[in-house]
Structure formats: C-alpha cells, structure tokens
Design a protein around this ligand. Structure first.
Ligand code: F6P
Length: 359
C-alpha cells in the first residue's frame, strides 16, 4: 500500500526538472491521495541528519515553478553515497545512511530524476536497501539509451540554435568565421541538432572524425560561392586532429571539456587567414525557462512514473519512444550509451543540406 513517496533530482541541473517535480506532485496527490516529499540536494537529503527534505503540495508546485529553470530541490554531482566526502574531505561509504533515511521518512517509493551516472548509483542503493525505485531520464547530453529524449535536451538545443541565430548576423556583418562550442560530453546530439536548426555550415561531433583540410576546403568553397562568413558548431568532446582530448581540468575524477573551439580557430586562421571568433556557450544551455517540448516531456514522464508506482512496478526508467511514454528496466537504459548514429537520419539530413561534418 503506497502512501508516501520521495522525489529527488541528481547530477547536473537542466531546464524541465521543476516541471517534472510538479507533474509528480500533482499526479500523486490529486489522483492517488499520497504524500510527496522532495529530497534536497540529490541523495544528500537522505544521508544527513536531520533529514533534509520538504513536503510538496499542489499549492507549493504552482505554475510559476513549472516555468522556472534549475531544480527547486537542489542537486549535486559530487555526493555519491558510496563515496561520500566527510568533513575532512575523506571519502567514505554512507550508502547505509541513505537507506536508513528512506525508512526514517517512511517512504514507500522513490522517484530519482537523473542521468546515467545518477541512475547507476540510485539503482545500486535500491538493490542494497530493497528500496522501491523508479527513475526519470534527464540530461542535456541526451546520451541515455532507450529514450528518444531526456528532460533538458530540447531546451539545450533551443538555446544553442538561438546562439547560432544571433551569431549569424554578426558573422555576416564582419565577414568572419564564428565557432560555437556547445556541451554534450561524449555525444554530439546538441551540436548536430542545433547545427541543422541554426544553419551551421560545418558541424563537428565526436562520433565523426574530421580533418582540418576538409574544414578549410569547406570554408574556401563557401567563399567561391560568394559567401563571406561561415558558422561552425563544435561539440565540446571533439578531439584535436591528433586525437587528443581538449580538457580544462578534472573535477572529482571527471574531466571537464573545454577549448576545442579555440584550438580550431587557431588552426583554421593559420591556414586560411580568416578572421575568427569563438563562443563557448557553457551553462546557459542548462539554465533558463524550459521550452514547451521539455515541459511536455517532463509532464508525461512524471505522470507515468507515479502510475508505475501505483502498479507496484519498480526498478524501471520511464522513457519517450514513438510518440508515447513507455518504461524499461533501469539496467537496460544505463547499459546503452547513446551516441549519434552515424548512419542515422540526423547525419543524413545534415549531409543532405550540404553541411560539412569535417570528413
Ligand atoms: O552532463 C551535462 C553537462 O552539462 C555536460 O554537457 C558538461 O560537459 C558537464 O555537464 C558540465 O558539468 P559541470 O556543471 O560540472 O561543469
């Protein structure tokens, strides 16, 4: 008998998380009459004592919340309960505290909204503590298997497209090559989608190896056609021509990409003499209002997650497939890293438009 459920957001934030929290709260209270508890700061809210949470109500989850970016619950990608930093910074196993926290709050089930890393940890916790877990996919990188879209991805594509829309007139006015570096970690989904939507001339993604010669050839061919500017969009994990990753640093053992745009600018200006500017879009892709598609996705996935709990179906991730919500075993979703399909529609579309992929 379900009476009390928890919800937490884990990993990097993105647009659409609040819309998902609202959908969960509405469905759980209005349809089933349950109590909903928002756990603060990812898994941390159930590890610390006193527990850190707030009860969510329909009144609290008003329509302003659905429109807002970030997560009202807070999030973190640095507090794996199996490897949790203590006061001195030493890493210790606090997973039992998390499981005890779930019992102390008398939860009957937990909804975790996260990407592959968070889902892996949450599943590990659920198996250890025999917790009833359902997950909702969110990641601007859209690299999770078994779902066509994760919460946050549509908004990130909108933001990157708008950046190209704004870069184009200034590139044209000054006869420049503009390079836009976007996020996405090891998958090129944001760059490819925004590149098509925003009229890029060259799209570079980790899945398609490029050569600098092909890039300069494309720029020359545009010049031959009378075009005096070019737009390039590059995914952050694209490597140098010698196959070296371009990274800023490693944060808690996880590399932070950054700098491929400037690397390309230096190389292209050396060989073409072009006037080049680089824009690194960064975290604006994660913040701000969710676009309509993200709100719809968050609503559909949130409602379905609650319905799964009502049916006693656990250890499942809700997914968006073929214009509808479905659910799959969490294990299957995290096993499959979803890079861009180099033979797929999006690549074929880009090539069909005459966009160079640098190969
Ligand atoms: O995974 C989401 C993401 O935004 C990546 O696209 C990016 O590489 C990374 O997180 C940035 O992480 P942080 O917020 O820790 O700088």
């Amino acid at each position: 008998m379900i009476k009390r459920i928890g919800v937490l957001t884990s990993g990097g934030d993105c647009a659409g998380l609040n819309a998902a929290i609202r959908a969960i709260t509405y469905r759980a209270i209005q349809t089933y009459g349950w109590h909903v508890f928002g756990i603060h700061n990812g898994t941390t809210g159930l590890i610390v004592r006193p527990l850190d949470y707030r009860e969510l109500t329909v009144e609290f989850c008003n329509s302003m919340m659905m429109r807002s970016g970030g997560t009202i619950l807070g999030s973190t990608n640095k507090s794996d309960p199996f490897n949790f930093p203590d006061a001195t910074g030493k890493r210790i196993d606090r997973s039992q505290d998390f499981c005890d926290g779930y019992r102390e709050l008398q939860l009957d089930a937990l909804i975790g909204i996260g990407g592959d890393g968070s889902m892996r940890i949450l599943r590990h916790l659920a198996l250890k503590g025999n917790l009833n877990l359902v997950t909702i996919p969110k990641t601007i990188d859209n690299d999770l298997g078994h779902t066509e879209s994760a919460i946050g991805y549509p908004t990130a594509v909108e933001v990157a497209t708008e950046a190209l829309d704004r870069l184009q007139p200034t590139a044209a006015s000054h006869q420049r090559v503009m390079i836009l570096e976007v996020m996405g970690r090891d998958a090129g989904h944001i760059a490819l989608s925004a590149g098509i939507a925003g009229g890029a001339d060259i799209i570079l993604i980790p899945e398609v190896p490029y050569s600098l010669d092909k890039i300069t050839q494309k720029i020359s061919s545009l010049a031959d056609l009378g075009r005096t500017f070019a737009l390039i969009i590059v995914a952050e994990a694209v490597k140098t021509e010698n196959n070296e990753p371009v990274v800023l640093d490693a944060d808690n053992g996880r590399v932070r990409y950054g700098g491929i745009g400037q690397y390309l600018a230096d190389k292209i200006s050396e060989s073409t003499g072009a006037d080049i500017r680089v824009m690194v879009l960064g975290h604006v892709q994660r913040g701000g209002q969710p676009c309509a598609q993200d709100r719809i996705l968050a609503a559909a996935l949130g409602v379905h997650a609650v319905d799964l709990i009502s049916k006693g179906k656990f250890d499942r991730m809700v997914a968006w497939k073929n214009r509808r919500v479905e659910d799959v075993p969490i294990e299957d979703a995290i096993k499959q890293f979803q890079q861009v399909d180099t033979q797929g529609t999006m690549i074929r579309t880009a090539r069909g438009l005459g966009i160079s992929l640098g190969d």
